[in-house]
Write a protein that binds this ligand. Structure first.
Ligand SMILES: Nc1nc2c(ncn2[C@@H]2O[C@H](COP(=O)(O)OP(=O)(O)O)[C@@H](O)[C@H]2O)c(=O)[nH]1
Ligand SMILES: [Mg+2]
Length: 321
């Protein structure tokens, strides 16, 4: 699913303004034949057509460009639960669908009334009524249109995740996660000397024979369970739902601002459910005595990739390119 390319959602007012201005311009350009009554009927009916044909396809496009939740993987469904009001989202798409149906019916019934009309004033009144009803219908769904636009802006930042063998790079902010991602995959994700540079998930890829491996660098966590913000919750979700292997980045230099003790605790909290590899970052800043005191089994940049590859090779699942 490509969440980045959902087009912006117009407001009810924008839709209406556009429809009316098109009706004004295009309605004039067509040459009509017949007596004055026939001409005036055709002219008004044509305007109604233009208005409908401006609004309905635009609403249709809204419906088609937003994903229906049943089409999404469990990761994206959960991500939506985390970042949006999922109920409101579904309701809004339902409301747009409802409006499309209503507008079609309304248009049909007013055009057929206009065609039968014998008085100029009655024709004008019917058109006016149609515009009034259309306008209030769109007003009725204006909150839904606004909510969909809000959703679009949130979803635009969703990570583009593929169903591949997935390695999640995890750890405190500033420990060197993004640096590792770049080294493993050759991407150029932003590295910075301050916490929370990674606002969303960075992804990179490398190949092992014919298998493609996805490496996800998730925003650093502060491991404060009760006070997690959306970015951290999102990171946790990525790790829980998607990781085949977790690479825990451990900064023995403590230059990232987190002590060895804190980092050990976060590592223990990861539990036993997933395969966890410990990668030691910033070894150039660490003396041999600190390294010697580190009792866990760990990997450095020279051997971490090899270890990951050994997991990919025994992975039984078919890997899609
Ligand atoms: N000296 C040294 N600095 C590193 C190393 N890895 C990362 N850094 C620095 O640590 C800071 C944070 O790195 P970054 O990859 O953005 O950490 P993240 O927040 O965990 O993604 C940056 O200033 C990096 O240049 C390393 O191996 N050695
Ligand atoms: Mg980072």
């Amino acid at each position: 699913m490509n969440f980045q390319n959902i087009p912006p959602v117009e407001t009810n007012k924008q839709l209406l303004d556009l429809a009316f201005s098109k009706a004004r311009v295009k309605g004039k350009s067509k040459k009509l034949k017949g007596n004055w009554l026939q001409i005036i009927r055709q002219k008004e009916a044509l305007k109604l057509d233009i208005v409908k044909d401006t609004v309905v396809p635009r609403l249709d496009k809204v419906l088609k460009s937003f994903p229906a939740t049943i089409d999404l993987s469990s990761f994206y469904t959960k991500l939506m639960d985390l970042t949006l009001d999922h109920f409101q989202y579904k309701k809004s798409l339902g409301a747009v669908n409802w409006a499309i149906g209503k507008i079609r019916v309304l248009h049909k019934s007013y055009v057929s009334k206009i065609i039968k009309c014998k008085e100029r004033q009655d024709i004008k009144n019917l058109s006016k009524q149609f515009y009034g009803r259309l306008s209030s219908l769109l007003k009725q769904i204006s909150v839904n249109l606004t909510y969909l636009e809000t959703s679009r802006r949130i979803m635009k930042d969703y990570p583009d995740i593929k169903e591949l063998f997935t390695v999640c790079v995890y750890g405190f902010p500033n420990v060197g996660k993004t640096t590792l991602l770049n080294k493993l995959t050759g991407t150029k994700a932003q590295v910075a000397a301050y916490a929370f540079t990674t606002k969303s998930v960075n992804a990179g890829y490398f190949k092992v024979d014919d298998k493609k491996v996805q490496v996800l660098d998730v925003p650093g966590t502060l491991a404060r369970k009760e006070k997690m913000n959306v970015i951290e919750l999102q990171a946790e979700l990525v790790v829980k739902e998607l990781a085949d292997v977790i690479v825990y980045v451990f900064d023995l230099s403590e230059q990232g601002g987190f002590s060895i003790k804190q980092q050990e605790k976060l590592l223990q909290n990861l539990g036993q459910k997933k395969k966890v590899l410990v990668y030691l970052s910033k070894l150039d800043l660490v003396g041999p005595e600190v390294l010697a005191s580190f009792k866990e089994k760990y990997y450095s940049i020279d051997d971490i990739k090899e270890k990951i590859i050994s997991f990919v090779e025994i992975d039984p699942e078919p890997v899609v390119d």
